[in-house]
Design a protein around this ligand. Structure first.
Ligand SMILES: NC(=O)c1ccc[n+]([C@@H]2O[C@H](COP(=O)([O-])OP(=O)(O)OC[C@H]3O[C@@H](n4cnc5c(N)ncnc54)[C@H](O)[C@@H]3O)[C@@H](O)[C@H]2O)c1
Ligand SMILES: O=C(O)CC[C@@H](O)C(=O)O
Length: 525
């Protein structure tokens, strides 16, 4: 039975789902060293934001197939290391959107009305009505940095509070911003005009210290900044200085450069609200992300695709439904062409034909590469790392699409150049889903792939088929099926044989000595 390690606390519903297919060990609060010790036993790892999945942990996870992040941000996982090792990384892109947006809005209103301090004061038996004069958000400018899922929900709710939304997001169209009732502006204007600024961007090299000394200098002295996205997007030291000097009016932070927050002057400031990374901490969000990620881990352990993988192409269920039968076809053709071309390929041309000539069919290219590399890398190659492995081996992959159809609604044509020259194959599916090799080196054939195959290029002349049959028979090799393909009578032809037994050593060179045989190849599929 597969084993899953759950290293942060997740909702029990997630453990229940995983238990359908695996032994689940919930072990929270482990150090990196402790995880490295035990991770080799596990097929999957599920976590929230506390565990840092380092390169060392990934490399120690020799059996790991999948790492599931019960949340959005995967910045606590070394995704490139996981990709290199062929480990799928999944997240829950929407499970906590509303929770995080509502937390940002709660922070904004708490900040504008001094709710945390007022609460503390009443609990301390005081009644300080004059101390807590607030400011309204109505008719104020809210600068939203990052108009993605969370940013756009914040913007929608804030508009209903009567706020004007200035949004900055270089990847969002004006139409989308218009739909949300936001004015797209550049950062300069957003900083200069906003009364409140809320951050909803991922942490990237571009967003690191997006709010720092220089940018704070451009803001209104009355501005209040809210960060419920990621620590490090604000330069904490610059923020502390601005808050201490009164350069800005306040800040509300859910996320920090170091988590848990260590010694920090932030704790001493009265114009700051701090929460311990609570954005996703609602019952609804925790159930949502736990189900979302546990289901994906379960599916991957059952050999099914994941719907929200961050390091392989994302597929909607209906696209997946259409492509699923063709994935095996593409992989088989990749495996076949690599053996014909002689393994060490330097290029692979992938032509997706007929109904496969759409941009959604990109995973078929990956499947073909996986098949191409499977002889060399065996189970080390998978849908996650196939493209990287090909690139690192200097294999140039060229994709083309041709919507015209001939005999099949969709087919995959591959051409590879390797140590044995350039070879091509085409494959298609019958209506019952069976695979057919329909073309070999431009010769039409129609054979199913089988474990042991023999292909010849020969001169189309009487007696040659009999000679090959007799030769195989003399080595006790049984022929399951045989087909010849040719373009013209008595020209060149190919022969494709499915064999019940592997070709004994030495037989291939005997076959190539048969008069009229130009070339012969054995293939194992
Ligand atoms: N505090 C929490 O507990 C909590 C919970 C959920 C999500 N988050 C964090 O909130 C952030 C937003 O999450 P989301 O689900 O809305 O993500 P999202 O991917 O839907 O949105 C992010 C947006 O940021 C934009 N963006 C990227 N780089 C940018 C840049 N340099 N400048 C401006 N915009 C840029 C993208 O175009 C996108 O629209 C993430 O960092 C996520 O990790 C925090
Ligand atoms: O797990 C959490 O509570 C935080 C999640 C949040 O930071 C996210 O990126 O989804």
């Amino acid at each position: 039975m597969a084993k899953v390690l759950v290293s942060d606390s997740i909702d029990p519903v997630g453990v229940e789902i995983l238990s359908q297919v695996a032994q689940v060990d919930v072990k929270t609060g482990l150090s990196a060293e402790e995880i490295i010790q035990i991770i080799p036993e596990y097929d999957a790892l599920m976590l929230r934001s506390s565990t840092r999945v380092t390169k060392e942990i990934v490399e120690a996870g020799s059996k790991l197939q999948i790492i599931g992040r019960a949340g959005v941000g995967v910045d606590n996982i070394d995704v490139p290391a996981a990709t290199r090792q062929g480990i799928i990384v999944v997240n829950s892109p929407e499970g906590n959107t509303i929770a995080a947006a509502e937390h940002a809005l709660a922070m904004m209103l708490s900040l504008s009305r001094h709710i945390p301090d007022a609460n503390q004061s009443v609990k301390a038996n005081k009644w300080e009505r004059n101390r807590f004069i607030g400011t309204e958000v109505y008719k104020k400018n809210l600068g939203v940095v990052g108009l993605g899922k969370i940013g756009s929900h914040v913007a929608t709710v804030a508009r209903s509070l009567g706020m004007k939304i200035l949004a900055y997001d270089p990847f969002i169209s004006k139409e989308r911003a218009d739909q949300l009732g936001c004015t797209l502006v550049d950062l300069e204007l957003l900083f200069a005009e906003s009364d409140f600024i809320t951050l909803h961007v991922p942490k990237t090299p571009e967003t690191q210290h997006l709010i720092g000394r220089e940018t704070i200098a451009k803001m209104k002295p009355t501005v209040r900044i809210i960060n419920c996205s990621r620590g490090g997007i604000i330069d904490e030291l610059a923020l502390i200085e601005a808050l201490e000097s009164g350069r800005i009016a306040g800040a509300a932070l859910d996320v920090f450069e170091q988590e848990p927050l260590g010694e920090s002057r932030l704790r001493e400031l009265s114009n700051v609200i701090l929460t311990p990374h609570l954005g996703a901490s609602t019952t609804e969000a925790q159930v949502g992300v736990a189900i979302d990620v546990a289901e994906q881990i379960r599916d991957v352990l059952l050999g099914l695709p994941a719907r929200s993988a961050v390091n392989i192409p994302g597929l909607t269920p209906d696209v997946m439904e259409k492509l699923r039968p063709y994935l095996q076809l593409a992989e088989t053709m990749g495996n076949l062409v690599s053996q014909l071309a002689g393994g060490r390929c330097d290029s692979l041309n992938v032509r997706l034909q007929g109904e496969l000539a759409t941009k959604d069919s990109q995973p078929l290219v990956v499947a073909a590469i996986k098949g191409l590399l499977s002889q060399a890398l065996r189970e080390r190659v998978n849908y996650v790392n196939a493209a990287i492995e090909a690139k690192e081996r200097g294999i140039r992959v060229i994709e083309t699409r041709d919507a015209s159809t001939r005999d099949y609604s969709g087919s995959i044509h591959l051409e590879a150049n390797g140590s044995m020259g350039t070879h091509s194959v085409t494959g298609a599916l019958l209506s019952n889903g069976e695979i057919r090799i329909t073309d070999l080196d431009e010769f039409p054939i129609n054979v199913p792939p089988s474990n042991h195959m023999l292909f010849t290029l020969h001169q189309d002349m009487p007696g040659i088929i009999g000679k090959i049959g007799a030769l195989l028979g003399s080595f006790n090799v049984n022929i399951a099926s045989m087909q010849v393909g040719r373009k013209i009578i008595r020209g060149d032809a190919v022969m494709a044989l499915s064999l019940d037994d592997p070709l004994p050593e030495g037989l291939l060179s005997e076959i190539t000595k048969v008069p009229g045989i130009r070339d012969a190849y054995t293939v194992k599929l």
